[in-house]
Design a protein around this ligand. Structure first.
Ligand code: SAH
Ligand code: SF4
Length: 433
């Protein structure tokens, strides 16, 4: 979500003459895109802002803006702790950036804009953005109505609001026309897409429509709430050729007691059943997940149930977090908080187990022929190129930059904990995903 917001900000400011730079020392404008989903990110922001303050002392033209969830949440409180900040803009104000930055150029004042809009705006991605990129994101809905007890998103991003299907389709067609080959549809809970629209539609219909866009070779989406994962969506895997065989399906916990306290709306058994249905519809589908450890009231037995669920399902990858209390959420002040050292230890155990599973899954790819969409030069310090399989695994292989944006067949020769190594096959299609 944040990467996409940052891309949008850059694109929106380009017509005003701004270009992105990797060197903050050369910048006239620094926009810090914040996240408050977890406490750590929130803590880091002031130390980062402090570093930019030093730059401001050497460059009086420099303006500093803070956007994203924390800006939405804290508003003008930012000025109190960081008086050198010039602009604070909320998650619903990104489209107004050119206007706000223009005002900053003209005045030396400070601006705070954190109002909510009642409708999701299309930001109309300029063609320049698409140039050179292989994949990009498209927001299909904003906000969330779920109110999971730990989560700040519904409080900060407001109620769920879907963008009309034809508008999304036009955007995807435009992206395909500019050479984008992969689109990731974004929403906090894509499974409830369409519920706020006057016309009757759903996420499966949207995927079906995007599946027909010529040139858009791959569709991905995130995030899917298990309670709303429909049979219609499950049937899209295998049914829509460009839909990649990967789903991110956050489970959060393997214990029913904890899931109930989290207000997740499903049981561990129901989750297992959804996974089984996905695997029946699409054998070999990659399944990734999120888990929170140390939610208030999580006892050793609950944690063991999470490990048990992991052992049984064997996620292809897992993002795991220590629970952190977020202002305004239902879990604030819940009884039986878990102490930090226990949270840390649980996280360590869980990550060690997942590492085994990830490696095991990566090893199972060895000798397989995989379809890889080539993204660019590898970051592994060699001459290799890099791309992703349909199951979302990174593959490095010897190749040339002429392959960027192409879908090729790669024979996997070696597996590592976080990537695969392969060799391009001259001919023939990929066997599975
Ligand atoms: N809408 C998505 C997730 C958004 S947040 C969904 O429903 O899955 C991404 C992940 O951050 C969550 O899945 C959760 O695992 C984690 N997270 C959110 N709030 C958290 C908190 N207060 N403490 C720790 N982890 C949290
Ligand atoms: Fe947060 Fe739950 Fe909504 Fe995801 S579904 S954004 S975790 S409230």
């Amino acid at each position: 979500m944040n990467v996409q917001d940052a891309e949008k900000m850059a694109a929106l400011l380009e017509p005003s003459g701004y270009e992105t730079t990797d060197d903050p020392g050369r910048a006239d404008l620094i926009l810090v895109n914040t996240c408050s989903i977890r406490e750590k990110a929130a803590q880091k922001i002031y130390s980062q802002l402090g570093r930019f303050r030093t730059l401001k002392e050497g460059n009086p033209r420099l303006r500093i803006g803070v956007g994203g969830c924390l800006a939405q949440q804290w508003g003008d409180r930012f000025f109190r702790r960081a008086p050198y900040v010039d602009l604070v803009f909320g998650t619903h104000q990104i489209h107004r950036l050119p206007e706000m930055v223009g005002e900053l150029e003209r005045t030396r004042g400070r601006i705070v804009e954190t109002g909510f809009y009642d409708r999701v705006r299309s930001l109309g991605i300029p063609a320049q953005l698409a140039a050179g990129a292989v994949g990009t994101f498209v927001t299909i809905m904003q906000g969330c109505n779920n109110f999971c007890a730990y989560c700040v998103v519904p409080h900060l991003r407001g109620r769920e609001e879907s963008r009309p299907l034809p508008e999304i389709l036009r955007e995807v067609e435009m992206l395909a026309g500019h050479g984008i080959r992969e689109v990731t549809l974004l929403g906090q809970n894509v499974n409830s897409y369409g519920q706020t629209l006057p016309e009757k539609t759903d996420f499966a219909e949207l995927i079906g429509a995007i599946g027909k866009v010529s040139g858009m070779e791959r569709i991905r989406f995130t995030t899917s709430h298990p309670k709303d994962l429909s049979a219609r969506l499950i049937a899209c895997f295998g049914g829509v050729a460009s839909l990649c065989e990967h789903i991110h399906l956050p489970v959060q916990s393997g214990s029913n007691r904890v899931l109930r306290r989290m207000n997740r709306g499903y049981t561990a058994a129901a989750y297992r059943e959804k996974v089984a249905a996905l695997r029946r519809a699409c054998p070999g589908i990659s399944i990734t997940s999120d888990v929170i450890v140390g939610f208030p009231g999580e006892e050793e037995g609950d944690f063991q149930e999470t490990l048990e669920l992991m052992r049984e399902i064997r996620f292809d990858n897992l993002f795991s977090f220590q629970y952190s209390e977020r202002e305004g959420t239902a879990a604030v002040g819940m009884d039986r908080p878990v102490c930090d050292s226990v949270k840390r230890e649980r996280l360590r155990m869980l990550q060690a187990l997942q590492e085994e599973h990830t490696l095991e899954k990566n090893r199972a790819c060895v000798r397989r022929l995989e379809e890889v969409l080539v993204e660019g030069p590898s970051r592994n310090g060699s001459e290799d190129m890099t791309g992703r399989t349909r199951g979302n695994r990174i593959v490095n292989f010897p190749g040339t930059t002429g392959l960027i944006g192409k879908t090729i067949s790669v024979r996997i020769v070696e597996a590592f904990p976080h990537s695969l190594r392969g060799e391009m096959e001259e001919r023939g299609g990929a066997d599975v995903h």
